[in-house]
Design a protein around this ligand. Sequence first.
Ligand code: NI
Length: 190
Amino acid sequence: MVLEITQIGNPVLRQNCEALTVEQIESEEMQQFIDDLVETKRDANGAGIAAPQVDKPWRIFVVEVANNPRYPYKPETPLTICINPTISFLTEERYDNYEGCLSIPDLRGKVPRCPHIRVDALDRAGQPYSMEVKGITAGTFQHEDDHLNGILFPDRVTDPHTFSTWAEFELRYQEGVKDSVIEIVEKWGE
Ligand code: NI
């Protein structure tokens, strides 16, 4: 079932989300919720979505990039479900990520992100896993993880002059961003 996406201004997007127990994860309701979260992300053409974006204050997000019309220049990422995640930065380096968010209609802005991270999380069976994520995809994971702590991407935009609507972005910045994405992908391999 496609769920309704909460919009900036809704307090659920500003709260510290709750960790889930393995028992909660295994429940039929939570398994259905995870399916709905994935379906909602795909329906909205998001690169990722976090539980508070569908009105649930839980520490869970999903990331998946496959031929995304919202982000045609992004490298593909298989469906990954992160529950109770911890993100560790593996380099001091930062790169500029031009972000958007399903909960903030028609706005993009440039956010500094770490291009090499480790994600420790539980999968949908409640099993722990650890993975390294690099490049542009690492930025997507950091954006989704921020949602679990009530942080939205404009909070992290260091230069407000980079704010742009999607139409202005496509008209003025997309070509340049594409080139910098290609550079990051070449450097980090993702
Ligand atoms: Ni978002």
